[in-house]
Design a protein around this ligand. Sequence first.
Ligand code: HPA
Length: 271
Amino acid sequence: MQNRVQKALDYVRSRSAGIPEAAVVLGSGLGAFADALEDRTVIPYGDIPGWPASTAPGHAGRLVFGKIAQKYVAVMQGRVHYYEGYSMEDVVFPVRVFASLGVKTYVATNAVGAVDHALSPGDVVLLYDHINWMGANPLRGPDTPEWNPRFPDMTRAYDRKLIEAAERAAEKEGILVRRGVYMAFSGPSFETPAEIRMARLLGATVVGMSTVPEVITANAMGMRVCGISCVANHGAGMTENTLTGKEVLEEMAKASGRLIRLLTRFFGEME
Ligand code: HPA
């Protein structure tokens, strides 16, 4: 694994104009943010040795370096998900590469289902904690002390200063945001109504099928993390509707302009 990360790292380093201030992963339907970068370098995932290729709909599969709000960032247009059949090692591979490159900040965006009754499609939730319900942990396996401690702390998995920067950005853009807890399911089936009720009882605000493995690994490797979720739908059973992946992408398409404004302003506010 170290060897595989090293090869990708050597390639990524050779293509980047310095160490990015942040690595950003764009969730379903948010790929257009990468088009807003200036002085872009676009690298298809397939060009990077060892990099897992994304197959999920709404994920382009490219790494884009460029500037946003005067900051040099690395943007992943698309991630691989555990539900696609990738190993946890694959899912967190990009995080391993960016942390090894010396990137200090990891920003995860994603589409989620609402669990909290107060949320509606299009709402933005800033993550302040998570529940890992995937039944797997990306750090399971032989100890890799050169990468991360055996038992990494997760008390503040989502950096408080970054949440505050996102809140300032939201206020300046006139976008309503709230804080919430992300509960990760492995998918790919949507949750049942009983699972959504369970999630609510356990303290979740939103549910999704990504992000948590990457957040665990990023924290373990000493990065600070920001999680920005966009509500695509009410959780199963909360309305009369049934759920489709198409509806998730349609809602994200509607919200993407607002999210891109928020992200852009966030990088202006980020210190
Ligand atoms: N559940 C899990 N993941 C999701 C959902 C959902 O309802 N909507 C978007 N991603």
